[in-house]
Ligand binder design. Structure first.
Ligand SMILES: Cc1ncc(C[n+]2csc(CCOP(=O)(O)OP(=O)(O)O)c2C)c(N)n1
Ligand SMILES: [Mg+2]
Length: 578
């Protein structure tokens, strides 16, 4: 076995089912033979986004790789996104020989330095014998603490040319081959429990609060705390919001669900949230969008921060109490506390408060209903098609089991607002991270479909984001990834156009005065293509798309929408004045 074959075997041992990269990555060349699915993309930049999607949906690490120099450089946007999205990726890439470093070696590039600021760890393997140690270490770091991407640099004269060793140009490379470590076992994620005293204090605060509110972030989904989080909000009677990363944890159909927080909150959420006397954030970085640029702190609330990273405490809002640990484990600790205190004095006190809270819950449900009726009657406008009316239809047709794949742009943004799109199933949302890199959703949808072939996958995207990655339609067809891209086509960069308009500038630079025929392009790639220009074409197109997807056929719906951006709601959560 050569070093590259050993690497592939270790990847398999980790339980990874598929790897992503251009077909010139040595890892991809060898993966198929080892029984892995090697998804060979058309542009390397798609690979890390796909690995992120695979990781979120499978709970495993994501693996992507590229060849030396420009191949690895093409991974940068996705690795950046993975870093901000705390996505556990391992990225082993080959690089030019160390022995000739600095002399103008072919595709020589300091790849370790390139990846350093956008990874948890960026390291070069100095000796092939150390490969197992470096690989294990990479997984340990990617999965544990705050998860994130790790880059592994595999120089030519350390690892050899793997599958190309017989190539005359690659012969004579000085490299040694390690033995496969027979005791190699899968690296597991460690789960850390919170300090019991802090758990007790938080428990007391929770049962005493009259008007508590929870915000679940990405960390709760990364911890797979689905069942525990649902029990937590139900047992303690806690209305909750989520960040985009926290969607798919508990159904947004839940009576206690208030939709998204911060920038994306709507009227019922804001009204309830502002009066909170206790705020608990769970696995959220409390960054700008979540907190409405740190302005959305409820005036009279005390604050509990639950985070896996002690160094994150007080990074933004300063907590009154901090709980450090894995979300799933800590939720279980709080639930255990509840069970063990069944007959205590605190429990009696709780029942009074429970009544008050039940009253609030009733009000909340009424407010949500009222709001829902109001916005859906407002959605019917006489203007051109608008995202706010398209998105609920897509939600209805695709149904609750769908994985909604977010894409950056002014149009998809409506899917973040309760209740235009309701994420009801577990892992029913694949969000972009804070960098919001365009194209992530376009290719994420392909990997989502490959990871969960039994689920409908819907990516709502702008025409510009779609054109950044449209070559990957071929990848979707090649691997029978039955996903739908619903492209809301406003002939340009709508989000930026909205800003230009607000600033009183010309919108010339954000207009695509030439626009390719996207439906024809889709068909030439082997996808099904539908054009929607009238309201009554939308539902039939979505229905046909869903049917085709079930057969493994990717579909593009090119939906012509109003040119002027419909973004009045983006007022950092202050829209929908009551
Ligand atoms: C890689 C990348 N480049 C630039 C941006 C900044 N940006 C955010 S939205 C946007 C325009 C998106 O246009 P489109 O996909 O057509 O969606 P629309 O806003 O028109 O709905 C741009 C350029 C980004 N988020 N990612
Ligand atoms: Mg656009």
């Amino acid at each position: 076995m050569n070093s590259w074959e050993i690497l592939v075997k270790m990847v398999k041992e980790q339980g990874v089912e598929m790897v992503f990269g251009l077909g010139d990555s040595y890892l991809n060349m060898l993966a198929e033979e080892a029984g892995l699915l090697a998804v060979n993309v058309r542009h390397e930049s798609a690979a890390p986004f796909m690995a992120m999607a695979y990781s979120r949906l499978s709970g495993n690490i994501g693996i992507c790789s590229a060849s030396a120099g420009p191949g690895t450089a093409n991974l940068v946007p996705g690795v950046l996104e993975a870093y901000s999205g705390c996505s556990p990726l391992v990225i082993p890439c080959h690089s030019a020989a160390i022995s000739t470093s600095g002399r103008g070696e072919f595709q020589e590039c300091d790849q370790v330095a390139l990846m350093e600021p956008i990874t948890k760890w960026s390291a070069q393997i100095p000796k092939a014998e150390l490969l197992p140690w470096y690989f294990k270490r990479s997984i340990t770091l990617a999965l544990n603490g705050v998860p994130g991407p790790v880059y592994l640099d595999l120089p030519h004269d350390v690892m050899g040319a793997g599958p190309l060793e017989a190539n005359p140009a690659d012969q004579g490379v000085e490299s040694s081959s390690p033995e496969y470590p027979e005791n190699f076992t899968r690296v597991e994620q460690q789960r850390i429990a919170a300090d019991p005293t802090s758990v007790e204090q938080v428990f007391s605060a929770l049962i005493k609060a009259e008007h508590p509110v929870v915000i679940f972030g990405n960390g709760a989904v990364l911890s797979r705390a689905f069942e525990e989080s649902r029990q937590f909000v139900e047992e303690f009677e806690l209305p909750f919001l989520t960040t985009p990363g926290g969607r798919g944890l508990i159904s947004e159909d839940h009576p206690l669900a208030l939709g998204l927080s911060g920038r994306y909150r709507t009227e019922p959420a804001r009204n309830y949230y502002q009066k909170a006397d206790l705020l608990i954030t769970v696995g959220s970085k409390n960054e700008a969008f979540q907190t409405g640029y740190w302005q959305h702190y409820p005036e009279r609330a005390s604050f509990i921060q639950l985070d896996i990273n002690p160094e994150a405490v007080g990074r933004n809002w300063q907590p009154d109490l901090a709980l450090i640990g894995d979300v799933k484990t800590v939720m279980q600790q709080l639930l255990n506390q509840l069970n063990s205190q069944e007959k205590s004095r605190e429990q009696q006190q709780q029942s009074e408060i429970k009544e008050k809270r039940a009253e609030l819950r009733k009000e909340l449900v009424e407010q949500k209903d009222k709001f829902q009726k109001k916005i859906f009657s407002e959605s019917k406008t006489s203007r051109g098609l608008l995202a706010r009316e398209i998105i609920p239809v897509a939600n209805q047709v695709f149904g609750p089991e769908t994985i909604l794949v977010n894409e950056n742009g002014s149009q998809d943004i409506w899917s973040y607002f309760y209740p235009y799109y309701q994420v009801e199933s577990r892992l029913g949302c694949l969000p972009v991270a804070e960098q919001t890199c365009m194209g992530m959703g376009i290719v994420g949808a392909i990997a989502a479909s490959l990871t969960c072939p039994e689920r409908p996958v819907l990516c709502i995207a702008g025409d510009s984001a779609f054109q950044m990655y449209l070559q990957e339609m071929a990848t979707a067809v090649q691997y029978n990834a039955g996903c739908t891209w619903l492209v809301l086509n406003n002939r340009g960069l709508g989000w930026i156009r909205a800003k230009q308009q607000r600033a009183g500038y010309s919108t010339y630079s954000t207009e695509f005065s030439f626009q390719p025929d996207l439906t024809a392009a889709a068909e030439s790639f082997g996808c099904l293509g539908f054009k929607v220009t009238e309201r009554d074409q939308l539902r039939p197109a979505l229905t046909s798309a869903l049917e085709a997807n079930a057969e493994g056929q990717p579909v593009l719906i090119d939906c012509e929408i109003e040119y002027n951006p419909d973004m009045s709601h983006l007022d950092d959560g202050n829209w929908w004045e009551s």
